[in-house]
Write a protein that binds this ligand. Structure first.
Ligand SMILES: C[S@@+](CC[C@H](N)C(=O)[O-])C[C@H]1O[C@@H](n2cnc3c(N)ncnc32)[C@H](O)[C@@H]1O
Length: 260
């Protein structure tokens, strides 16, 4: 267990940082320091940490969206955005799933381009904003409240799935589980688009989980999981997919197109 401290926090005593941590971090820090533990105990502790961290992340997003007073109803200025509809259409996609759709901008953008869109997010408030936006535009988008790690859709439900800044907020194990599940809910040869943000480097206090994912502990991002994937890790994560493109943008974000 490592505590990752960024520049602004290096001057603070470690005890201060530790005090800021939630119980889920503290309990495992204690467990991991126990020299009497067997490997099995340590594995159990790690999996408990993963599941507590996972729940902490969900709570973070619900809280974060609840705090939003004025929803943003504008498309972000992303260099790859305008190419998405044409690429999806080029793959013959019609039914698309927007994972972790947030306030709905990508779902709405694709609905404007006549795709049949389902957006799924764990935060009810985000979906409320997304529905209001799509209603204002007279679009028909299906926004579902749900967890991407327990997707309820039938096999072959979608031609394409999109995950913009979504995988970054899962532990490695959950990400691996998700990519397998996505292959099931996609039709054969279905398409995946994902954007992995350039994460890390900002101010904040975090704990590094055994799999390398950061669990934030500062007031603003308490509970949020953030994981950086190296290029090699990305290739490994999608090794059972056919990768069409994996490129790095000027911003450092990476985009990936793959086929199931
Ligand atoms: C960084 S935001 C990205 C939102 C949107 N895709 C975008 O690009 O602006 C991550 C989104 O994923 C949602 N989210 C996080 N964990 C989730 C989970 N396990 N299941 C469903 N949604 C989740 C959050 O509520 C949030 O809206």
């Amino acid at each position: 267990m490592r505590l990752g401290l960024l520049e602004a926090d290096k001057l603070r005593p470690a005890s201060f940082i530790v005090q800021q941590m939630e119980c889920w971090i503290l309990s495992v820090c204690r467990v991991c320091n126990d020299e009497d533990m067997t490997d099995y105990d340590q594995l159990l502790a790690a999996s408990r940490l993963e599941s507590d961290a996972y729940l902490g992340n969900i709570e973070f997003w619900k809280r974060a969206w609840k705090a939003v007073k004025e929803p943003c109803a504008q498309l972000p200025d992303l260099p790859y955005l305008s190419s998405i509809p044409a690429r999806l259409a080029g793959c013959g996609a019609k039914n698309v799933l927007d994972l972790g759709c947030g306030g709905g901008w990508l779902s709405i953008y694709l609905a404007r381009h006549n795709f049949s869109v389902t957006g799924v997010d764990v935060a009810e408030k985000a979906l409320e904003f997304a529905r209001q936006w799509s209603d204002r535009e007279g679009l028909s988008v299906n926004f579902d409240l749900g967890d991407v790690t327990h997707l309820p859709y039938l096999p072959g439900s979608f031609d394409a799935v999109l995950a913009n800044s979504m995988f970054d907020h899962l532990t490695k194990e959950l990400a691996y589980t998700l990519v397998v599940r996505l292959k099931e809910i996609l039709c054969p040869g279905g398409t995946l688009f994902a954007c992995f943000d350039k994460v890390g480097g900002g101010p904040g206090e975090y704990c590094t989980l055994p799999d390398g994912t950061h669990g934030y502990a500062d007031n603003t991002r308490r509970g949020m999981l953030l994981r950086y994937y190296s290029d090699t890790e990305l290739m490994d994560l999608f090794s059972c997919w056919t990768i069409i493109e994996c490129s790095t943008l000027e911003s450092g974000s990476r985009i990936l197109w793959a086929r199931s």
